[in-house]
Design a protein around this ligand. Structure first.
Ligand code: FE2
Length: 400
């Protein structure tokens, strides 16, 4: 073995470790990756395997380090060759991951279909002192299990509703896999053709964020020309006539609810005039009925969001929180805050709940539809509607 080989193997092991660490650090800086790691064991295993690929050459190099000046040490050459081989594989793996993201997951077919987007700086003004907003969530474009006919019926029903709705807000999981441009494109083409100039706004969902899907989300629904009060495209506030809307960044749970977001939320709510009606929107819910998934994780009353977000909302007397994530409809109330779940825009409907939230007032499974909010100075009127617009449950939250 040439004298420089051991040095080369050490340098290659260091490069491999750095390359894998950089790839993982970048992936985990993307929206939805931490949640994917926490909630999806197969992907957790993949990330651990990627980490191990970076660690293995380093461990081999370290094993040889104490005997590096001993030419008679027999395993030395084999260890050096193995270190170089595994280092090369790890560097290729890290390079391949980045190459995939930049060449495929970040490709966008131009021009992007034009949509009339709600601008957070302007909000949803409404007319005659009232604001009419339709909400639904989890349409999941890009997967056969979604019901495209139900999705289309909901969008067309909102466009045709009279009096005219002022905006459609989709609470995330627009697409099944956020890195697939074709799904975003299909969604915006269908929205644009059915809605005309009716303004639309979308939140990022956990599926939208996969993998680096926030790139597409920002291109299609949160262009950089639109500024938010938080400076962040995933959480911000905007006015809605007599109410204020606060959009929260909650994907799988509270893993994206950073200290900065919590401080912004406290600041924003504290600065509102007393008695202002506040509607919070998020992808992941706080309170909900639901069932365990195939990995045994509970898709109901979410301990992380309840512990970290609910106390802030309660303290500032937020009137209503509307979320998706669970594919059913539900109305709940807890500690003075009303919660609505409306993940019924087309994604495959959830199984019957096995956990019934103690906060639940009304639950409806097995039905696609939307939630209409009519906001006036008197309060917030809620109407859960099926895909054809028929009211399933109505309620009213008086202004305080
Ligand atoms: Fe979701």
């Amino acid at each position: 073995m040439k004298p420089g080989t051991k040095k080369v193997s050490l340098a290659m092991a260091a490069a491999a470790g750095l390359a894998i660490a950089a790839a993982l650090a970048w992936f985990f800086s993307r929206q939805s990756t931490i949640g994917l790691f926490e909630w999806h064991p197969p992907w957790r295993r993949n990330f651990i395997l990627i980490g191990a690929a970076g660690l293995l050459p380093l461990l081999l190099a370290l094993a040889a380090l104490p005997r590096r000046k001993d030419p008679a040490w027999k395993p030395g050459p084999a260890l050096a060759i193995a270190t170089m081989a595994f280092s090369a594989l790890a560097i290729l793996l890290a390079g391949g991951l980045f190459a995939y993201v930049w060449s495929s997951a970040r490709s966008v077919a131009l021009p992007i279909p034009s949509l009339t987007l709600v601008d957070p700086a302007v909000g949803v003004p409404g007319s005659g002192g009232a604001v009419r907003i339709s909400l639904s969530s989890d349409p999941h474009w890009g997967v056969d299990t979604s019901d495209a006919d139900a999705r289309t019926a909901i969008i067309k029903g909102i466009a045709a509703a009279r009096p005219r709705r002022d905006a459609l807000i989709i609470l995330g999981d627009n697409v099944e896999m956020g890195m697939e441009d074709t799904s975003w494109r299909q969604e915006t083409l269908e929205l644009s053709s059915a809605l005309g100039d009716l303004p639309v706004r979308s939140l990022l969902g956990n599926h939208d964020g996969l993998i680096d899907g926030q790139y597409h989300f920002e291109k299609y629904f949160a262009p950089s020309a639109q500024k938010t009060d938080s400076g962040n495209p995933f959480y911000y506030s905007m006015s809605a006539g007599p109410a204020e809307i606060v959009v929260l960044d909650l994907l799988w749970g509270a893993e994206t609810f950073t200290r900065a977001q919590a401080a912004w939320l406290e600041r924003t709510l504290a600065a509102l005039p007393a008695g202002k009606q506040v509607i919070a929107l998020s992808h992941c819910f706080l309170y909900a009925s639901g069932a365990d998934d195939e990995y045994g994780y509970g898709w109901y009353d979410m301990p992380s969001t309840i512990a970290r977000v609910a106390p802030i909302l309660e303290r500032h007397k937020v009137a209503l929180v509307v979320s998706g994530h669970d594919h059913d409809m539900e109305l709940l109330k807890k500690n003075g805050v009303t919660y609505a779940v409306i993940g019924t825009m087309g994604g495959i409907l959830d199984v019957e709940p096995t956990h019934h939230s103690p906060a639940s007032l009304w639950f409806k499974g097995g039905v696609y539809g939307r939630l209409d909010l009519d906001v006036s100075s008197a309060g917030i009127a809620l109407a859960f509607r099926d895909k054809d617009g028929a009211a399933l449950r109505e309620d009213f939250i008086p202004a305080r």
